[in-house]
Design a protein around this ligand. Structure first.
Ligand SMILES: Cc1ncc(COP(=O)(O)O)c(C=O)c1O
Length: 408
C-alpha cells in the first residue's frame, strides 16, 4: 500500500511567503475594495491584465467565483428568459446552475470519450432558441474544440468555454478559454490558480468585455480598470449585480498566476510517468485526448468495461491510498435532484415554465444514454504536481495490480 498522500493538490499546495506578503500589503493599505481605497494597490486590475496576457485574451474581468464568471459571461452574451444554453451532460453542477440562475433553460448535450461535448451529437440539441453553447474542459483536459467550433460557427451560436478546471491548459498551442466568445475560470481551492474563491472572464471582444465589466459591478458603478474605458456610452446601461473580486483575492491570484506554468509542467511530468507505467495494461481504455500536449496533467481517466467494475476499481485504488474515484460519482449532471425536479428556490417555477419559453422541457435519467454509459464506467486517478517519482511509480504499480484483480 502507498503511504497516504499529503495535500499536494494544484495551486493551493504552492501557497507560500509571496502570497502572505501580497495579502499583508493589501491589508496594510486598508484598500480592500478594487475600485477605491485610501491607498489602492490595484491588485485585481493587475491580476486581470496578467491573466489576460497569459490566457491569450485581449480583455478580462475578475469575479468573486467561477459561478459568477459564468453568470457574467452569460450576461455579456445577453442570455436570459426564453433562451436555451447547451451544457454538456457531464460537468460540475455550477455550469447548469449558472444558466438557470440567469433565467435560461439548460439543454443537455452528449459527451464523448474526451469527456467533453460530442461534436457529432451537438446538432441534435441545438434549436432556434439556443443562445449559447457551453463547452466544459474537465480536469485540465481540452474538449475537441475544432469540430465543436465548426458546429457553433456554422449556426452562428456563441461558444462559452467553462474553463473553471483548466486554467493554463491548451488546445493546438492556444490557451483554453481563448477559442469561444468568452472563457470563464474559477479560482476556488481545487483549481490550478486559487484564491480560495474567485473567478475570471476572458474575451477578445471589446463590447462583450464592457458588458461583462458592467454586469459584475451593479450595471456599472465605477470607472473600471483597463484604461477607465467603461465610462463610455458604447454599451447602454442595464441591471447588474455585485460579483466583484476583492483586492485580497486579487493579490493572492496574482502571485498564484506566476506559479501556473511551473505547476502545469510538474503535473504533466507526473502524468506522463504514471501513464507510461500503466498504458501497456490491456484492460484499461484511456480518455481520448484531442491534444495530448495541451492537457494540464491533473488527472488520468480510464474507462472500465462496466459500472460495477469501475466502482470496484475505484474502491480498490482508494484502499491502496491511491487518490482515485469516479468523477461526479459516475453520474450525469442532470441526475442532481434539483435539476431533475426543475426546482428553484422560490418553488414557483423557473425558466422552464416562463411565458418566453413555452416549449415543454423534460429532464429524465436515460436522456443522454451515451454520456450515462461512459461516465458510469469511468474512473479518475488524481495526479498532483507534488508527487515524487517514487509516488508516481507506486501509483502506476497499484493501478496495474488493481486492474489485474478487477478485470480478471
Ligand atoms: C466545471 C466547473 N464550472 C464552474 C465551476 C464554478 O466555480 P466556483 O466554485 O468558483 O464557483 C466549477 C467549480 O468547481 C467547475 O468545476
Amino acid at each position: 500500500m502507498l503511504p497516504r498522500q499529503p495535500d499536494t493538490g494544484k495551486g493551493v499546495a504552492l501557497l507560500g511567503d509571496e502570497e502572505r506578503k501580497a495579502v499583508l500589503e493589501v491589508l496594510e493599505s486598508r484598500s480592500l475594495f478594487r475600485y477605491y481605497g485610501p491607498d489602492l494597490r490595484n491588485q485585481v486590475e493587475g491580476f486581470e491584465r496578467a491573466a489576460a496576457e497569459r490566457l491569450g485574451a485581449a480583455y478580462s474581468v475578475a469575479t468573486s467565483s467561477g459561478t459568477a464568471a459564468l453568470r457574467v459571461a452569460l450576461a455579456a452574451l445577453g442570455v436570459g428568459c426564453g433562451d436555451e444554453v447547451v451544457v454538456p451532460a457531464f460537468t460540475f453542477i455550477a455550469s447548469v446552475n449558472a444558466v438557470v440562475s440567469m433565467g435560461a433553460v439548460p439543454v443537455f448535450g452528449e459527451i464523448d470519450d474526451t469527456l467533453g461535448l460530442d461534436p457529432a451529437r451537438l446538432g441534435d440539441v441545438i434549436s432556434e432558441r439556443t443562445a449559447a453553447v457551453m463547452a466544459v474542459h474537465l480536469e485540465n483536459g481540452p474538449c475537441d474544440l475544432d469540430p465543436i467550433l465548426s458546429v457553433t460557427k456554422e449556426r452562428s451560436i456563441p461558444l462559452l468555454e467553462d474553463t473553471a478546471q483548466s486554467m493554463g491548459a491548451s488546445y493546438r498551442g492556444r490557451p483554453l478559454g481563448s477559442f469561444g466568445a468568452l472563457g470563464a475560470f474559477s479560482l476556488q481551492l481545487e483549481k490550478n490558480v486559487t484564491a480560495g474563491e474567485g473567478g475570471l472572464v476572458t474575451t477578445d471582444d471589446h463590447t462583450l468585455w464592457l458588458r461583462a465589466a458592467r454586469y459584475q459591478d451593479q450595471g456599472g458603478q465605477f470607472v473600471t480598470s483597463h484604461g477607465s474605458e467603461r465610462g463610455t456610452d458604447e454599451v447602454p446601461a442595464f441591471v447588474g449585480e455585485n460579483l466583484r473580486m476583492t483586492e485580497i483575492a486579487g493579490a493572492i491570484a496574482g502571485v498564484q498566476l506566476s506559479r501556473l506554468d511551473g505547476l502545469l509542467a510538474a503535473q504533466r511530468a507526473n502524468w506522463s510517468r504514471i501513464r507510461a507505467g500503466i498504458e501497456a495494461h490491456p484492460g484499461l481504455e484511456f480518455r481520448r485526448q484531442p491534444d495530448p500536449d495541451g492537457d494540464g496533467g491533473s488527472s488520468l481517466h480510464v474507462f472500465l468495461p462496466d459500472r460495477d467494475t469501475a466502482k470496484r476499481f475505484a474502491r480498490a485504488l482508494i484502499a491502496e491510498n491511491v487518490p482515485a474515484g469516479q468523477m461526479y460519482r459516475g453520474r450525469p449532471v442532470y441526475a442532481t435532484e434539483s435539476i431533475l425536479a426543475k426546482r428553484t428556490a422560490s418553488g414557483k417555477g423557473g425558466p422552464w415554465n416562463c411565458a418566453e419559453h413555452p416549449c415543454a422541457i423534460d429532464y429524465r435519467m436515460g436522456m443522454c444514454p451515451q454520456t450515462e454509459e461512459l461516465v458510469a464506467r469511468s474512473g479518475i486517478i488524481v495526479v498532483a504536481a507534488g508527487y515524487s517519482p517514487q509516488t508516481c511509480d507506486g501509483i502506476a504499480e497499484a493501478v496495474n495490480q488493481v486492474a489485474e484483480a478487477v478485470l480478471a
